[in-house]
Design a protein. Sequence first.
Length: 218
Amino acid sequence: MFDRIAGVYDLMNSVMTAGLHHRWRARAADMALLSKGDRALDVATGTGDLAVELATRVGAEGEVVGSDFSEKMLELARAKAPELQFEHGNALALPYDDNSFDTATVGFGARNFSDLPQGLREMSRVVRPGGRVVILEITTPERPPLSWFFRMWFDRVVPQLGRFAGDPEAYTYLPSSVRRFPNARGLGAAMAAVGLIDVRWVLTAGGIIAIHAGTVEA
């Protein structure tokens, strides 16, 4: 499915978020607390937008690796940012040694983990003690009127956009994946359950977007 939608992925993201997804990725990159020369991993990197943001934080002397299981997405990421390293990888069994990175991030991909705790454990494993795990994800607002708008947008408008994009199945999957995913408090608890400490999150876009960060215990 992700291979099928790779060609329209960036356009659809911009349409569905009015272009705000770039701002949210920048904020997630800020919360990674990276320094020049650091090494960062972006899991489920897709077409590489969050990896590109991370690269601006680590500078030319740092390193950013983007990992994804969709080869079509990775092809687009490599074309977008040929200076970065994009590799095929399974988020539930990352092909990297323990303590290999200063941070691991995932932007709009954690809800696609078939086993969320295992994905969180893997991200934590490959980050050094004191490093950060950052998750940018859609969350379900709980208070009207935004909760009403959210349901209308995701349950009715997004599938229609998917038909326009030529893949209604993929964009029917999107709202269902959001409904299955924990709310902000639940995701924070899941991060703490795998051993991350000082777990914090911010809500933006009226409560539709959550950015979580936790620290790997020393």
